[in-house]
Design a protein around this ligand. Structure first.
Ligand SMILES: [Zn+2]
Length: 151
């Protein structure tokens, strides 16, 4: 998807130190790719109880969007659903995602405010454009027109 091999990247991310003590290190969740003709409201979702996640492809999706969504949903699987007002995006989730972004992509000091989707994608895109093909991300074909290399 957008030049990113989702399955390979998920395997790499599962091995991050941040996930070492959790269920992701032990078993791979089911990963599904959905397709949408326009940018959907929900870029992805995770269902911890069913041990699966989904990422949605849309025409203008960028590698940074794909990676952000994939890692976001993996963090949901790791953290699970908590009680109370911040069932999904509470402090533990945000802290874990921040650490995972640092470990996976060297993205630090991003402070997503209201919206959790987008801030990291911008940082990932900025880094990709700055470092181009030297980037140690699975972005070998990311220069191809987005939407062509969907997989
Ligand atoms: Zn979320």
């Amino acid at each position: 998807m957008a030049g990113v091999d989702l399955r390979r990247e998920m395997e790499r991310l599962r091995a991050l130190p941040v996930f070492a003590d959790g269920p992701l290190a032990r078993s791979a969740p089911e990963l599904k790719v959905r397709r949408s003709g326009t940018r959907p409201n929900r870029l992805g979702f995770a269902i911890p109880d069913e041990w699966r996640l989904s990422v949605t492809a849309y025409p203008e999706i960028r590698p940074g969007d794909v990676l952000e969504t994939l890692l976001h949903e993996l963090v949901h699987l790791h953290v699970g659903r908590l009680r109370g007002r911040h069932r999904w995006h509470g402090p533990l989730f945000k802290r874990t995602l921040s650490r995972a972004m640092a470990e996976a992509y060297g993205i630090v000091d991003v402070r997503p405010r209201n919206t959790l989707h987008g801030a990291y994608a911008e940082a990932l895109e900025a880094r990709r454009l700055r470092e181009g093909e030297q980037l140690e991300l699975p972005l070998a074909t990311a220069i191809a027109p987005i939407g062509v290399a969907l997989s």
